[in-house]
Design a protein around this ligand. Structure first.
Ligand SMILES: Nc1nc2c(ncn2[C@@H]2O[C@H](COP(=O)(O)OP(=O)(O)OP(=O)(O)O)[C@@H](O)[C@H]2O)c(=O)[nH]1
Ligand SMILES: [Mg+2]
Length: 277
């Protein structure tokens, strides 16, 4: 979606379940508007947060005019059979994007791509299949063109100068969460939520206070690290990314708090914005 919209709207990391919300990225030209919904990947929920994540994916499925199912050159197509069977029965046009074709190197790459396309086609015969590389922007313009052909005529849903449906604070918490996904292992990134307590912008700067919530005391210690070194790194790297995102100098203060078992609590999840409308 970032490549299609031309802005870094959704955070992306090598870890699974990076995206937790439904995030809109809007492309505007004089003739048209395309509203992309980036969603969490389809999963079988083990706790309440994951139930909300799945609900975001399903809400996008309900109102989309075109579905883009993003897989890559190594994912096992059988992994999400239930979901594939469901979308196969829907009337909505579907484009299956085989991403990361830059990873297919050497003489055998054409043959292996053909084999991958073949496997997916057998499972989802109604889908148009497009090999792409988001990294190299390969196939992205062709995809935009194809989406434009498939979209129905309709008035614009959003203002023509709007880029996303999310407020500035959302991107602050996502950028901090991105650093946590990058720098901590095991269950830590999945036990973390970030809330922005203060976002104050003046002519020259933005002042931000954020809180990293964890599920237990032991995790708080890990986030902070020996003599605060780990948290310092998160804070420094987040500040650099935020300065790029907002194109302004940032003062960033981060605190760590325990919110016991927040990801299993309906109330806390609502409080953190995991309530699909
Ligand atoms: N080689 C290569 N890597 C890519 C490409 N596109 C994305 N990646 C990498 O793949 C990883 C996953 O990207 P994400 O955007 O987080 O993937 P996602 O499908 O949104 O995953 P979740 O949000 O976790 O469900 C990141 O490390 C990206 O940098 C590509 O075209 N080629
Ligand atoms: Mg994602």
């Amino acid at each position: 979606m970032n490549q299609l919209v031309g802005e870094r709207i959704s955070i992306a990391t090598f870890k699974a379940q990076t995206t937790r919300h439904r995030i809109m990225g809007i492309v505007n030209t004089p003739e048209m508007q395309i509203v992309f919904s980036d969603t969490p990947g389809v999963l079988k929920p083990n706790y309440k947060l994951q139930e909300s994540m799945l609900a975001f994916s399903e809400s996008a499925l309900q109102d989309a005019d075109v579905l883009l199912y993003v897989t890559d050159v190594v994912e096992n197509p059988e992994k999400n059979m239930d979901f594939l069977e469901k979308v196969q029965k829907m009337d909505t046009p579907i484009i299956l994007l085989i991403n990361k074709i830059d990873e297919l190197a050497g003489d055998a790459s054409q043959a292996s791509l053909a084999a991958i396309v073949e496997r997916w086609h057998a499972l989802l015969p109604k889908a148009e299949i497009l090999p792409i590389s988001a990294k190299n922007k390969f196939g992205v313009d062709m995809l935009l063109k194809r989406i434009q052909e498939l979209l129905p005529e309709s008035p614009a849903y959003f203002d023509k100068d709007q880029l996303t449906d999310k407020p500035a604070r959302f991107f602050v918490s996502e950028i901090i969460r991105e650093k946590i996904l990058l720098y901590y292992d095991k269950e830590i990134p999945y036990s973390v939520e970030v809330a922005v307590e203060r976002f104050k912008e003046d002519d020259k700067h933005i002042h931000i206070n954020a809180i990293i919530y964890v599920e237990r005391d032991s995790q708080k210690g890990i986030i902070i690290g020996h003599q605060g070194v780990a948290l310092k790194k998160v804070s420094t790297e987040a500040r650099k990314s935020l300065e790029k995102f907002f194109a302004k100098p940032i003062f960033l203060e981060i605190f760590v708090k325990v919110d016991k078992d927040w990801r299993s609590s309906e109330k806390e999840l609502n409080h953190f914005g995991y309530n699909p409308e």
